[in-house]
Design a protein around this ligand. Sequence first.
Ligand code: PMP
Length: 460
Amino acid sequence: MSTANALIDTYRQDRPQSVDLLQRARAALGGTVGHDLRHFNPVPLYIKRGDKGRKWDVDGHEYIDFLLGNGALLLGHAHPAIVEAIGAVLADGTHFGSDHPLHIEWAERVQALVPTAQRVRFVNSGTEATLLALRLARAFSGRSQVLRFDGHFHGWHDDVVTGFQPPFEAAGSLGAAHPKDRMVAIADGDLNQIEDAFKQNPDLGAAIIEPSGASWGRVPLAADFLQGLRDITARHQAVLIFDEVVTGFRFAPGGAQQLYKIDPDLSCFAKILTGGMPGGAVTGRADIMDLMNMSGDPQRDRFQRVTHLGTFNAAPPCAAAGIALLDLVGTGQPTAQADALATQLRAAWDKVLEQYGIAGYVYGASSTFHVYFETDPDRVQKASSRSDLHTLEAGRLKGMPGALIDAYQRHLRHRGVDIMSSTGGVLSSVHTEIDIAEATQAFEQTVVALRDEDLVITLG
Ligand code: PMP
């Protein structure tokens, strides 16, 4: 048996309770798991408990957690301030279907941190946030098309599910309407192409982008690209939407827009916003957001308004958790701590690649990390050092072989480390130097195993 298959067997044998749950899940759950990224061979993770930067599965295995609720848990699992805030409201009712004081307070906290949040509208997820932002942008511009960039992820609704995974032009999902007439898709990086897109498509009235670069920075943006995009969209009176679902309250207390000093017209938030509870928000310019206002004029209110509903928008436990979270983020401490830990982790993991001469490098902004393994023998042969391998090409950074990523994730989990997606993850403010040291050891063993399985290449 190959060593790779031996690991699959060992991994399965170590997890009898998980295997039982998978058996039941096959008969109970549509698609077997609750989110496409939770599929895992031979058995998904079934988590029972989390505390700070760690979590435990049903079979008692402990993991250093760099998934952190898909990036939602900047303060780690079960932070006392969040748990207390949620507990304090539960006995008074979990949901009214009416507005309530905490709803307004939560919006004010967002306004205090996000420079462009003249108004805030809460939704229940990042997907709902981009759905509403695109509707607002189309309504405000009076133009039906929105510019999107290949590889950028904006949730799973029909307009955006196409274009985040290669091949970018192919329909993103069976059953989804192909958004050919509603979205204009191009590669990021070249400002001239954006100018051309506006010239060629008179019905283009907005642009949406992950300000970190595609997939929370797996494909970093070229310097000055965001500013160029801001300038061009402003010139064409197009609405610029920052999808800050991952970067919001992480890249800086006021998100990537604060870190990079660029003002979008609308922004989408979710994840960290609600302190680990479900939630999301669209924020932005009052003249755009006020399209949702009621005027009392029946004609205008029925035909000249943006409609938005949602049973659970800003439910009390979500608002309470969000307020507690934003109070802490507002101190600047969580961002600073998570950033410092991520800097340490990136340096330590990159040193491992250097030590073994692996063709690859570790990168990432703020409290994120990504690992790129170069698997193109031509590029490796031409490189005189690892720095020659750096690239901004989406096709490369998002195109690492599936078998490599699969094995990498399995080796790490087997050694007690869980990551977010592909090869990367996020740090929290409550990870520790011990977490970094142990994760680095697991990474080193993983890299050696991948080299021995010929999944990664060495230089020279
Ligand atoms: N936008 C971005 C940039 C995201 O990373 C995600 C989630 N990974 C979403 C939108 C969708 O958010 P949700 O999963 O809450 O629907």
